[in-house]
Ligand binder design. Structure first.
Ligand SMILES: *[C@@H]1O[C@H](CO)[C@@H](O)[C@H](O)[C@H]1NC(C)=O
Ligand SMILES: *[C@@H]1O[C@H](CO)[C@@H](O)[C@H](O)[C@H]1NC(C)=O
Length: 250
């Protein structure tokens, strides 16, 4: 494996909104890593826990996390390429002079969940979240009934976290039904049993909705009965009063 990694949390630019209390509320930072594994490295700029953009090091261009970000930010990818070549250079020196081999592996926590509330037959997106792992080298495969799926898949790059580990999301667009079983299969050096397979399947239409229907029906019926009783009482009262009135007049 021989994964050696050099992480730089460079130029942390804090925005001290909470100056009065001396508390830092938001942090904007660029994160750079380079390693002997694949991917070779990454350059990102982030705001708190969210990525603003990363630089595609092969295409040499900035990739914004959301398209609308381009209205507010621009970034020349060349700037990142210079930083990356410094990173590779320093990595080589560090490995030679300090004789460092590999960083310590930390296995990912893996969760699979749908983006939207599941409705059978309604298109949705399954999310596979891999959290707090190190190094940023991971193999992820979506499985549908045990077979690999390559269509309708997507992924983010590696998001740096405060504790010097990484987070990554993979996506799968799908139409939930009762019989298909999905799984996110994750390979990582930190896992004892690899791959780690996290299953997901759509739940059969939930009884709660039936219970709710019954409750609504019962409430409606009760309201109706109360209405009839109250109505009857009012009618009887009205008749009595009328009768009494008449008697009084006579
Ligand atoms: C580097 O480490 C390896 C294995 O741990 C060792 O055999 C080698 O002598 C070391 N080299 C230097 C320059 O310290
Ligand atoms: C990912 O897959 C490649 C090719 O099958 C393999 O060489 C590599 O060791 C795998 N990486 C991990 C982290 O399991």
């Amino acid at each position: 494996m021989g994964v050696c990694l050099w992480v730089l949390a460079l130029s942390v630019l804090t925005l001290p909104h909470g100056q009065a209390s001396g508390k830092v509320e938001h942090v904007q930072y660029q994160a750079v890593f380079c390693q002997t594994g694949s991917p070779k490295g990454e350059y990102t700029q982030n705001y708190d826990d969210d990525e603003r953009f990363h630089v595609d090091l092969d295409k040499k261009e900035s990739v914004f996390r959301l398209p609308e970000f381009t209205k507010y930010i621009s970034f020349d990818a060349q700037g990142a390429l210079g930083i990356m070549s410094t990173c590779y250079y320093n990595l080589k020196i560090l490995m030679e002079s300090w004789n460092i081999s590999a960083g310590e592996n930390v296995a990912p926590e893996v969760k699979v969940y749908p983006r939207n509330p599941v409705e059978l037959g309604e298109p949705n997106v399954l999310i596979c979240l891999m959290n707090t792992f190190f190094p940023p080298v991971i193999n992820v495969t979506w499985l549908k009934n045990g077979d690999p799926v390559v269509q309708g898949v997507g992924e983010t790059d590696f998001y740096p976290t405060k504790d010097q580990t990484f987070r990554k999301f993979h996506y799968l667009t799908f139409v939930p039904n009762e019989k298909d079983e999905y799984a996110c299969s994750v390979d990582h050096y930190g896992l004892e049993k690899s791959p780690l397979v996290q299953f997901w399947n759509a739940e059969v239409p939930s009884p709660p909705s039936e219970v709710r229907q019954t409750v609504i029906c019962a409430l409606g019926l009760a309201a109706g009965i109360i209405g009839i009783i109250v109505g009857t009482i009012l009618i009887i009262k009205g008749m009595r009063q009328n009768g009494g009135h008449r008697r009084g007049v006579n």
